[in-house]
Each structure stands twice: as structure tokens, then as C-alpha cells.
Write a protein that binds this ligand. Structure first.
Ligand code: G3P
Length: 217
């Protein structure tokens, strides 16, 4: 399973990319609005850091505006993916942009029916938001299971990009279900590394080693 960072923060992305486990980046208008500087320049830098797919979202809500912004976003860098919302105009824009060879991530997906439409429109990625479903007392990961099943039934090539991941269990469940990608904020990626027994075990190994060196000296 691929792991993307859900962030527009260049420093955070640089730090995680240096470890070598990051396959791409997702952003949204909220995340980019938090960062200083020109968003296009920021997205270009991010593309150069990760050398993998980087999603940048349109803010227009009508078909013509989405097409225009989609073309602008795609021009930023070869790694850019155009993110469109799962609306009628968004699906139409997905179909048109995909037809031109521009890769599209259909975002704000909250149902299997919506995910089916994204696949039919030729989306490269669909982004179901698991955390936001959990927030409204609906099991977000159940939606991932449904989408993976549906896409498998028909060999759709759209990648299931599990978004709005709030904790490591979302990531582990996504991997168990065979989702293609999980995108996580930097803090959640940090949590993936942590286990108290790793820290305790390492501390003991190093103490034992030091003790043995002192005896031999
Ligand atoms: O980028 C979309 C998604 O990952 C947002 O997550 O935590 O704002 O629901 P969240």
C-alpha cells in the first residue's frame, strides 16, 4: 500500500520524504491556505521533493471553471494531480480532464455510489473521507470495504485513496482491506512508527551493551 502525506507544509513533507517511505502528497484548500507564500510555487516545490503524485484541488464549482483551473494545476508540474469534488460538475470535469490524459483525484467521496461514478468518469484516484464519516457516527472503513469490492468486481483501475485518516488503525485497516493508498497528516505518520516496546527494548539493548563494554574495559 502506498503512503501519502496529507499536508501543504513543505518542512513537514521534506522531513518525512527524507525517511524514504512517502509515495505522494495530498493537499486541499484548507491545508494550502495555512501555508505562507504562493500556493503554485509551494505545490511545485512539493512535487520536486516527493517525486510522486501531488494533488492540488480546484476551487471553482462549475464545469468550465474546474476545467480551466484543472489545466492550470496540471501545468504546475508533471507530478500534479487535479483534485475535483464529487459533484455533477466535478464528475463531468473528471471525465473531460481524464480524457485529455490529465490525472484526476475525485475528493469528498462519502458513499459507494459516488465512488462508482468517479471510477466510471475515469478518475485516477477516489478519496473517501473515513474520519469525517466516523465523526458523524458512520463507520468510515466500511465504505472502504464496499469500494474495494465494487472496483474489484469490474476491474476498475481507479485507485482507492483512503483520506481523512485520523489514527494508525485507519491505516492498518486500509492495508488489510487492500486499499491502494492511505493519506495521513504528518502527526499520524509519526504515530505509525511508535511502539512502547520498541523504545523499552532499544533502551535495554543499549544499556546491556554499555555494561558489557565497561566490564571488558
Ligand atoms: O485531504 C482530505 C482529507 O484527508 C481531510 O482530512 O482530517 O480534514 O477530515 P480531515
Amino acid at each position: 500500500m502506498k503512503l501519502f502525506v496529507d499536508s501543504g507544509n513543505i518542512k513537514d513533507i521534506e522531513t518525512l520524504a527524507a525517511i524514504g517511505i512517502i509515495d505522494g502528497v495530498t493537499t486541499n484548500p484548507t491545508l494550502l491556505a495555512r501555508e505562507p507564500g504562493d500556493y503554485r510555487e509551494n505545490l511545485k516545490k512539493i512535487c520536486e521533493i516527493v517525486k510522486g503524485p501531488v494533488s492540488g484541488e480546484v476551487t471553482s464549482t462549475d464545469f468550465a471553471g474546474m476545467l480551466q483551473q484543472g489545466h492550470d494545476i496540471a501545468k504546475i508540474h508533471q507530478h500534479m494531480i487535479v483534485k475535483v469534488p464529487l459533484t455533477r460538475d466535478g464528475i463531468r470535469a473528471c471525465k473531460a480532464l481524464s480524457g485529455e490524459g490529465i490525472r484526476v483525484n475525485v475528493t469528498l467521496c462519502f458513499s459507494a455510489a459516488q465512488a462508482l461514478l468517479a471510477a466510471k468518469a475515469g478518475a485516477t484516484f477516489v478519496s473517501p473521507f473515513v474520519g469525517r464519516l466516523d465523526d458523524v457516527a458512520t463507520n468510515g472503513m466500511e465504505l472502504i470495504r464496499e469500494i474495494v469490492d465494487i472496483y474489484d468486481n469490474y476491474d476498475f483501475t481507479t485507485d482507492v485513496l483512503v483520506a481523512s485518516c485520523r489514527h494508525p488503525i485507519h491505516v492498518v485497516e486500509a492495508a488489510r482491506m487492500g486499499a491502494d493508498i492511505a493519506t495521513c497528516p504528518p502527526a499520524v505518520i509519526d504515530q505509525l512508527f511508535n511502539h512502547p516496546l520498541t523504545s523499552i527494548g532499544l533502551e535495554k539493548f543499549l544499556k546491556d551493551w554499555e555494561k558489557a563494554q565497561a566490564v571488558k574495559a
